[in-house]
Design a protein around this ligand. Structure first.
Ligand code: ZN
Ligand code: ZN
Ligand code: ZN
Ligand code: ZN
Length: 318
């Protein structure tokens, strides 16, 4: 180094900037993972295959070549277990359990007591955790990511298709982004107002993708639960028979907690209902609607207090 006098100006010759990235953790291959399990005393040769199968079937990992990468689902499940069942997924717990099972198989340990000691506290723990919120919320999105619809901050969420950014105002705002920043095609507006809340709250009808195909519901779901019924499906449920109570409704098929029944289309204003499909004929005794019966009694009165409700009993009296 040259000598430098006090007060002498120095010339900067070069500025080197070096960026250091955090090295991603080394990933296991299947064989490597099994070796690791073996080393930690988790699993037995007979269970390795099923452990691998579970990881793959539940899509906790994806394979790239021979390397295993955790999926978003895998990471969420792993975090959830670590946060809530830490002692049960610890190496020592699993290894000790395996040893105890080995001892049972050698007849050195009592089977009933061992399982009881494990199961009773475990099932209690599960009961407590049942009330936990679903692990779909993965925390806040980076600050510079804003909702494309309203500009609010966003939250990282997990859907069937992996992570995405969801507006923090959801469900009032349906703004959503893919992780690459492109807007997600969410529910599509049909251009109609929600018949239940549209005038008061501005709910709009939107087409959504559900488990059983697309359906039309209110944009304010879950605050408004309106779902537009499929008209073709509805038509099949109509019987063409007028309600005898309010005279304006039509008897239609409905599905309740105890199965199918028939009620007035003006429900809940008109509460008329009957157990089986009306046949269109009127009871000769009381004037109520007749309904389909069983194999042995093809038709009976829908009025429970009418003798014709149990026509087989009339036959006996005669
Ligand atoms: Zn928004
Ligand atoms: Zn609505
Ligand atoms: Zn009615
Ligand atoms: Zn009758």
């Amino acid at each position: 180094m040259p000598e430098v006098k006090e007060g002498e100006k120095l010339k900067l010759l070069e500025l080197k900037s070096e960026e250091k990235f955090t090295e991603p953790p080394n990933r296991y291959s299947e064989a490597g993972l099994i070796k690791e399990l073996e080393a930690r005393g988790i699993g037995r040769p007979s269970t390795y295959a099923s452990i691998m199968k579970t990881l793959e079937e539940r899509e906790y990992v994806r394979k790239e070549g021979k390397t295993l990468f955790p999926t978003d689902v895998g990471e969420v499940v792993s975090d959830f277990l670590e946060n809530n069942f830490a002692n049960y997924i610890s190496d020592t717990f699993t290894a000790e359990m395996e040893d105890e099972l080995d001892e049972i198989s050698r007849g050195e340990r009592e089977y009933g007591k061992t399982l009881k000691d494990f199961y009773i506290p475990f099932s209690k723990e599960i009961k407590i955790k049942e009330k936990l919120e679903k692990a779909t919320n993965l925390g806040e999105a980076p600050q510079d990511i804003k909702c494309p619809k309203c500009g609010s901050s966003m939250i990282i969420k997990l859907s069937k298709n992996g992570k995405f950014y969801s507006c923090s105002k959801y469900p009032d705002c349906a703004g959503a982004l893919k992780l690459d920043g492109t807007e997600m095609a969410g529910p599509k507006e049909t251009g109609e107002l929600c018949p239940e809340c549209g005038e008061k709250k501005g709910g709009k009808l939107v087409t959504r993708e559900g488990k059983f195909g697309s359906f039309i519901s209110c944009s304010r779901y879950p605050k408004c639960k309106f779902i537009k019924k499929d008209e073709a499906e509805e038509a099949k449920k109509r019987t063409g028979i007028h309600c005898p109570l309010c005279k304006t409704g039509e008897i239609s098929e409905r599905r309740g907690r105890f199965g199918i029944f028939y009620s007035c289309s003006n429900y809940p204003d008109c509460k008329f209902n009957m157990k089986s499909k009306p046949t269109g004929r009127i009871c000769e005794i009381c004037g109520s609607l007749m309904m389909e019966g069983t194999k042995t009694i093809p038709e009976r009165c829908s009025n429970k207090n009418c003798v014709n409700h149990n026509p087989h009993k009339i036959a006996k009296i005669k």
